[in-house]
Structure formats: structure tokens, C-alpha cells
Design a protein around this ligand. Structure first.
Ligand SMILES: *[C@@H]1O[C@H](CO)[C@@H](O)[C@H](O)[C@H]1NC(C)=O
Ligand SMILES: *[C@@H]1O[C@H](CO)[C@@H](O)[C@H](O)[C@H]1NC(C)=O
Ligand SMILES: *[C@@H]1O[C@H](CO)[C@@H](O)[C@H](O)[C@H]1NC(C)=O
Length: 446
């Protein structure tokens, strides 16, 4: 008794969302149709039976994917999460077998919960969670019967929240483009039984909610046969919107590169130099960690940005070492003589620099300068002789007045100053060079 009541309730619940496109039928007639076809113990139809008169025939499925939103793209884990609606269409030759117009009325279309009809177990194949058929048993299926051919067309629109694996290529981060496949397969059916035959070649973007981090530049639909089964791939081509990373990562790193070189312009007496250099070095290391955290831990290919940052870390550490070294030179005991080769080298560099400074006057004093140069060279020869004399006569300790008197009157402070100037230029040059080498190929991807 209870069972009968439940059953009639069930029929009512099935009937309620039903309507027919040619609807010259009464509720009683429809109820009779549902009972005769799906529900009674002598029902003509079973959802367990493959929907073909000839069981060797193939069921072809037309499948569309309507993408609604990208909810998450986790590059580190390599997973893409989407919300979408599938549109799965196939034909069934058995549903209208019990249909009799004089008993059931004249109708061609009705809705039914999908638990009553045979449906392909379409499953998300490259799921990052578990491979289970899409939809649930409360989803409705629209059935359109064609009484002349006896073939009904079934349309099922299950909503899906997918989490699929996607191999992330980060070489061009943050100007990277990714391609991800969302793959479905009719689980359990070989190709000879169920095959995908999509009619559209693109993913349906109707009602798509734009993502703030990814742009969809292209979509594609592929079918393929693997291991005797039919597979359908919805391929999304994604391009990252790079502004966030430009402002928060690349720009600060470029500014840091400039700041790093500035250490050499700080006066040595200020005592801040080493601290300043170390701070710059640590900041690079922090940015390296930040970027490493946003990228997958894959070594092939490694992100160009990582190489860029790593190079900047190296430059920064070299700058720190040079800073310490120049400080040591700067505060060297004044009594200690500057070696000749250092003195002449520093003198040469400084002279080159004064020359370029004196450019406008050069023509006027050209002759005088030449004469002076001659005088200097003669002097230096004598100085050299003196030096060799001192070297030979090691016992004679040199007087204080003698120490700075090498070729150009170079002292340790000048050596340190020159070293600073050239380190500044070298670090600037290296930073610019590294930026060009690594960032230009990146920018070319834009
Ligand atoms: C509806 O069906 C009745 C009998 O079942 C028939 O007499 C009538 O003409 C039909 N009306 C339409 C609009 O088909
Ligand atoms: C339809 O039902 C009527 C009345 O029960 C019956 O006479 C007729 O043979 C049935 N038609 C078919 C094709 O079964
Ligand atoms: C997606 O699937 C198609 C068809 O198998 C394949 O050609 C393509 O390379 C796949 N794309 C990705 C990103 O795996």
C-alpha cells in the first residue's frame, strides 16, 4: 500500500516538470505513457538497456561545453578549476516503443529525470580528483520523439565543476601562455559502442565571466580514439594578464638593481656601505623566494625571470664583495706604498677621465700638455730608478714624504675612489645587460 502511494508520488514528481511541444494530451494520458514506458513492472523501457534496436549499432554523442568561469588556476599544483555546462545530445531508438497515440495522446516532447533513461557515463578523464560520471540523478533530460522514425533525441545539460590537471610551462612567466585540455570519455564504452561526434569546433563562451588573471585567447575541440575508447578534448588557450607581476615583481627588481649600484656612491666614511649592500642582496633573495613560491617546482623549463633574479643576486653579492674590498683599500695604512702597477693603472684611468672632462680646452692647451706629459714621463723614470734603488737598499726605511710619490702621486684613497667609480659603472652595466638579456625575450612574448 505504502509502496503504491510512494510510486504515485514519484509519478507526480516526474510529471510535474513535464510538458510536451505538441501537447494534445491529458495528464492522465501522460501518466499512462510514463507508467507504460518507464515505471510499471511491465514497462517497455529500461535505463539498463543499450538504446538501439540492433545492439551492435553505435551511439554517437554530440557534446558541447559552455564555459562559465575559471575559478582557479593553480600553477604550483598544475590544476585548473572551471565551472561550465555540458550539452550532451544523443538518440534513443527504444523510448517511444510503447507509445500509442490513441492511448497516450499526441505529444512529441517531454522532460524526465535522467535516472529513468539510458545515458552515457560521460566522465571527466583528466580530473585531478576522481573519475566519476558527470551530473547527478536529479538532472532532467529533454526527450524529443519522432514518431515517424521511432528515434528520440535526448538532450542533457549537466553542470560541471571541474578540476583538471594541466601541465604549466613557466619559461615566459609572467608573459606565459598556457594550454589546458578538459577531457571527457564515455567511461566503460568502447569506441564501437559510443563515440563522440561534436558538431561545434569551439568551446561555447556564452555567459562567460572574465577572469582577472587569465585571458582566453582561443578554444578548440578535438576528438581522439585512445585504447579503443572515444575521447573529447576541450582545449583552452590561456594568456596571463601580466600587470600585477609587472608592478609587484619586475619593476621593484629593476629599481633594486639601480639601488644596488648606488652603494658605490656612498662616501666610504659614512660606514653604511656594507649594510646597504647586504640589504640590497637580501631584498633580491626575498624576491627570488616570492617568485619561486608562485611557480611550480619544475626545472625544465625554468622561468627566465628566475634566471634574471638569480643573476641579479650574483651581481649583488659581487657588489657586496667589491664594497668590502674597496673599504679595505680606502682605510689602508697611508704609510704602506701603493704598488707601482696599481698606481700606474689608477693614474692611467684617472688621466683618461680628466682628458674627457677637459675636452673643450684640449685644443688650446694641446701643445703645453704634450710638453708636460714629456716632463712627467722623465720624472717617472727617475722615480722608478729611485724605487729600484730603495728596493735594492732594503734596509733604508722610506720616509713618509716618499710614500705617495709614485708615478702620478696616487694614494690609497684615490685607488679606492677609482675602484668605486668603475665598480659603479660595471654594476650598472651588468644590471642593464642582464635585464636586456632576460627581459627582452620575455617582453617579446607580450
Ligand atoms: C486532439 O486530439 C483529439 C482526439 O485525441 C482530436 O480530436 C483533436 O483534433 C486533436 N486536436 C489537435 C489540435 O490536434
Ligand atoms: C493502440 O491502442 C489501441 C487501443 O488499445 C489498439 O487497438 C492499437 O492496436 C494500438 N496500436 C498499436 C500500434 O499498438
Ligand atoms: C589536447 O588534446 C589534443 C588532442 O589530443 C592534443 O593535440 C593537444 O596537444 C592537447 N593539448 C594539451 C595542452 O595537452
Amino acid at each position: 500500500m505504502v509502496a503504491i502511494i510512494l510510486k504515485s508520488l514519484f509519478i507526480a514528481s516526474v510529471l510535474s516538470p513535464c510538458f510536451a511541444s505538441t501537447r494534445n494530451t491529458t495528464a492522465t494520458q501522460l501518466a499512462k505513457f510514463f507508467s507504460d514506458t518507464f515505471i510499471s513492472t511491465t514497462a517497455s523501457y529500461s535505463q539498463l538497456i543499450f538504446p538501439r534496436e540492433n545492439l551492435l549499432d553505435q551511439v554517437t554523442i554530440d557534446m558541447k561545453f559552455n564555459l562559465k568561469a575559471i575559478t582557479n588556476f593553480d600553477e604550483v599544483a598544475g590544476t585548473l578549476e572551471l565551472i561550465g555546462i555540458l550539452k550532451i545530445i544523443w538518440t534513443d531508438e527504444l523510448i517511444d516503443n510503447a507509445f500509442n497515440e490513441s492511448i497516450h495522446g499526441d505529444f512529441t516532447e517531454f522532460l524526465i529525470t535522467n535516472s529513468y533513461v539510458w545515458k552515457p557515463a560521460v566522465s571527466l578523464f583528466n580530473s585531478a580528483k576522481s573519475i566519476v560520471p558527470v551530473g547527478d540523478l536529479t538532472n532532467l533530460i529533454r526527450v524529443e520523439m519522432n514518431h515517424n522514425t521511432g528515434t528520440s533525441t535526448l538532450t542533457w545539460n549537466p553542470g560541471v565543476v571541474t578540476k583538471t590537471g594541466c601541465l604549466v610551462k613557466v619559461r615566459d612567466f609572467p608573459f606565459d601562455k598556457q594550454q589546458c585540455n578538459i577531457t571527457f570519455t564515455p567511461w566503460g564504452h568502447p569506441f564501437s559502442e559510443v563515440a563522440f561526434q561534436p558538431t561545434s569546433t569551439k568551446v561555447d563562451m556564452d555567459g562567460y565571466d572574465e577572469s582577472s588573471t587569465w585571458m582566453i585567447t582561443d578554444t578548440e575541440v578535438f576528438t581522439e580514439i585512445l585504447d579503443g575508447g572515444s575521447f573529447i578534448n576541450f582545449q583552452l588557450s590561456l594568456t596571463r594578464r601580466p600587470t600585477y607581476f609587472l608592478l609587484n615583481m619586475i619593476l621593484p627588481i629593476l629599481i633594486l638593481g639601480v639601488l644596488n649600484a648606488m652603494a658605490f656612491l656612498l662616501p666610504a666614511e659614512s660606514g653604511e656601505r656594507v649594510g646597504y649592500s647586504i640589504t640590497a642582496f637580501l631584498t633580491f633573495a626575498v624576491y627570488l623566494t616570492l617568485i619561486a613560491d608562485t611557480l611550480p617546482r619544475s626545472s625544465s623549463p625554468l622561468s627566465l625571470l628566475c634566471f634574471f633574479l638569480m643573476s641579479m643576486v650574483v651581481v649583488s653579492s659581487v657588489a657586496t664583495i667589491i664594497t668590502i674590498f674597496t673599504l679595505k683599500v680606502y682605510f689602508k695604512d697611508e704609510d704602506e706604498p701603493v704598488p707601482n702597477y696599481v698606481a700606474s693603472f689608477v693614474g692611467c684611468l684617472n688621466c683618461l677621465m680628466c682628458k674627457s672632462d677637459k675636452d673643450p680646452e684640449e685644443e688650446m692647451f694641446g701643445i703645453i700638455e704634450n710638453e708636460e706629459m714629456d716632463a712627467v714621463s722623465i720624472n717617472s723614470e727617475t722615480v722608478k730608478k729611485e724605487n729600484t734603488f730603495f728596493d735594492d737598499a732594503k734596509s733604508n726605511a722610506s720616509d713618509e714624504s716618499d710614500t705617495p710619490k709614485n708615478k702620478y702621486g696616487v694614494d690609497w684613497k684615490l685607488v679606492a675612489g677609482t675602484l668605486d667609480m668603475f665598480s659603479f659603472l660595471a654594476i650598472c652595466g651588468a644590471s642593464v645587460g642582464i635585464a636586456v638579456v632576460f627581459l627582452v625575450p620575455l617582453a617579446a612574448q607580450m
